[in-house]
Design a protein around this ligand. Structure first.
Ligand code: 7RM
Length: 658
């Protein structure tokens, strides 16, 4: 957090009241209703959540236990209940007579279209579930999904849920090596992938990456299911590889949902943290589903019979899990799914899709808004966006300028904007406006949702008084249903990362700093660890450093974020070479290193800038001075005390002056 950010958020005065029209028909209309819900949660925390869980979930066996806190921080919710998540997301809507409703309105990048009703989605999910069972996948087994943005990706996730298998979706932009790490950590039995993915006019060689990952290890994998999508030539391993389409033709569409315990893991999703290796965040079945369903109603105010919801995230991220694969289906809504790049072939692609599908609720990231804003108002102006009634933002703080553009140009000054703060770990929205109740301030995610005990505290865990004009640590005081349950295979890391900051108290540490203004509005200031937010993607700087150091010519590397107008943060690397800098073709090496990082992690992790020097600024105790590096990377004047530096001449080199 910089003092500038803090100052600008605390001086933001604009307030946008709920439009009357919106309030009138909203599920939660007015702050009174919010306060009432919050009061209920404060007075009877378990009773509040039990009520939600009974309302939102169809149970195979109802629960009688609500929250089990006997072994913190390993909390359990509704643990004697049983349910099936895919039943809740599909079958129950069909049983209620809505099988003909569209579940997914899909558009491929080349313009091909496909829509699936809930009946059709069930058929696909059931056949795939049966195929997985035929390959020996049972309850608790892991399946890695490495697919483009196609309806089959959602079907694959739901198929796992249907048979009690645990999926781990790996974002298609990750490299073969990153994929391999994740397959091995999860010891997956089956990988579901595609011949290729189409994005911004390019073909991503998904199957080739799977082949490469399996060549180097991944002994647990017995089968690779391949969807034909990109007409991409691929290699084939007889006996291991199988076409998605062949399975669909062969298997029956009757696959009874397997009821599982409320706490049964639904999925693992890898996310970056402060140390080198990404961690596998484990989510539960019931608690997670509850978070997804409740927030679809509270925050997105979804009316399944009339709304068309569109979340532009990729299913490889938590946003695509909760607000594509599970949330919209849990409430029986119709959603739009788009495969390709937002600017392809032209910068009005998203608006064209929104117009065609009559999208009513649209959810995207500030980085996309900023990029689209740069293209000019003429692009959205070509399209009729009058069906829109609500807009959402996620992934990073939204700067007031982008907020205002989104509000005025996309929302026609009639749509509230829900700025939703949450994380892979939280499973669902945590701090966000209720659009029919909350007056908005551009850049603030406003108030914690009902039943979420978020707070801003000092180093000792004491609440920082509102309007004290200073930032603190964002924490959640009480366990909540959709919270992560563990780090896959690494309890110690779970405890250490999230629950060990405050001695003798179990407070969930989000890793963000935040402040609250005099009206009690929350403002997220940024990460307090070595995680940076690049185009809404969470990247660990240490992860990129390890990738750089694994290059034969690199002795040491430090990576920091540098503010970027569009991406939020650009990746800035400082690299110390083995041997002398003078002997190298540095421009060539720069390209080489960028390619190397893309190979180790994925193109999204490629450094935007690389600067070479003879050393890194360190304190006498040997710590890299990251704050100083951040200042250098953003070209700021250096105000830090550098008297403890071993060698001050490296500063000039790092600034690119020597
Ligand atoms: C959903 C998601 C989590 C991190 C989180 C924050 C940042 C997310 C907002 C935000 C300010 C927001 N999951 N973040 N949403 N910061 N305002 N509305 O992004 O696990 O990938 O990232 O993203 O730093 O800790 S994530």
């Amino acid at each position: 957090m910089t003092d500038d950010t803090l100052e600008s958020v605390l001086t933001e005065q604009r307030l946008f009241e709920v439009p009357d029209q919106f309030a009138k028909q909203a599920r939660i209309s007015g702050m009174d209703q919010y306060f009432e819900m919050m009061k209920h949660a404060v007075e009877d925390y378990e009773g509040f959540w039990a009520e939600q869980a009974r309302a939102e979930i169809s149970w195979e066996i109802p629960f009688s236990e609500i929250l089990d806190e006997s072994n913190p921080p390993f909390y359990k919710w509704f643990s004697d209940g049983r349910l099936n998540v895919s039943y809740n997301c599909i079958d129950r809507h069909i049983e209620a007579g809505n099988g003909q409703r569209n579940a997914i309105l899909w558009e491929g990048e080349p313009g091909d279209q496909r829509s699936l009703t809930y009946n059709e989605l069930l058929d696909e999910v059931a056949r795939l579930g049966n195929a997985l069972k035929a390959y020996g996948v049972g309850k608790g087994d892991r399946v890695v999904i490495y697919m483009p943005m196609v309806p089959e990706a959602v079907a694959a996730m739901q198929a796992c849920a249907r048979i009690g298998a645990i999926h781990s979706v790996v974002f298609g932009g990750f490299s073969a090596e990153a994929l391999k790490d994740r397959i091995e950590d999860a010891t997956a039995k089956v990988v579901i992938s595609a011949d290729g993915g189409l994005r911004s006019g390019k073909t991503i060689p998904l199957k080739a990456n799977v082949d490469q990952a399996l060549e180097e290890g991944c002994d647990s994998v017995e089968h690779v299911v391949v969807l034909q999508r990109a007409e991409n030539a691929i290699d084939w391993t007889e006996g291991r590889d199988v076409w998605f389409r062949d399975i669909m033709a062969r298997e029956s569409g009757d696959c009874p949902p397997e009821p599982v315990e409320a706490e049964h893991p639904l999925f693992i999703l890898y996310t970056s943290g402060s140390t080198g290796k990404p961690k596998g965040v484990v989510h539960s079945s019931a608690g997670y589903l509850l978070g997804a369903a409740a927030t679809m109603k509270w925050v997105f105010d979804i009316r399944p019979e009339s709304d068309v919801f569109w979340c532009t995230a990729d299913v490889g991220w938590i946003t695509g899990h909760t607000y594509i694969a599970y949330g919209p289906t849990a409430v029986g809504a119709t959603q739009v799914m788009y495969e390709g790049g937002p600017m392809y072939p032209e910068p009005d692609r998203l608006w064209a899709v929104a117009e065609r599908t009559r999208t009513t609720v649209f959810y995207t990231a500030p980085t996309a808004i900023r990029a689209l804003m740069k293209q000019g108002e003429e692009w959205p102006a070509k399209h009729d966006l009058s069906a829109l009634r609500l807009l959402g933002s996620v992934g990073e703080p939204i700067n007031p300028e982008a907020w205002m553009w989104y509000y005025r140009v996309i929302g026609g000054e009639r749509c509230p904007i829900v700025d939703t703060w949450w994380q892979t770990e939280t499973g669902a929205h945590m701090i966000a406006p209720l659009p029919g109740a909350t007056a908005l301030k551009p850049g603030s995610c406003t108030h914690p949702l009902p039943g979420i005990m978020a707070d801003v505290v000092d180093e000792a865990g004491n609440s920082i008084d509102r309007a004290e004009d200073k930032g603190g640590l964002l924490i959640i005081r009480r366990p909540w249903p959709s919270m992560l349950r563990n780090v896959w295979g690494n309890e110690q890391r779970f405890i250490k990362t999230y629950w060990s900051y405050f001695p003798d108290q179990y407070l969930y540490l989000a890793g963000d700093s935040a402040s609250r203004d005099a009206d009690g509005y929350f403002w997220i200031l940024g990460r307090m660890d070595d995680v940076i937010n690049v185009s809404g993607h969470r990247m660990g700087t240490m992860e990129i450093e390890s990738a750089l150091v694994s290059h034969e010519k690199v002795a040491e590397a430090a990576v920091v974020g540098r503010p970027d107008e569009v991406k939020g943060n650009a990746i800035h690397a400082f690299v110390i070479l083995k041997g002398s800098r003078g002997d190298q073709d540095l421009d060539h090496l720069r390209d080489d290193l960028r390619g190397h990082v893309a190979e180790k992690i994925g193109p999204i992790a490629k450094p935007d800038d690389i600067r070479f020097a003879d050393g890194l600024p360190k304190t006498r105790s040997g710590k890299i001075m990251r704050r100083l590096l951040r200042a250098i990377a953003s070209g700021e004047e250096i105000t830090q005390d550098i008297s403890t530096l071993e060698d001050e001449s490296v500063i000039r080199q790092l600034q690119g002056k020597d």
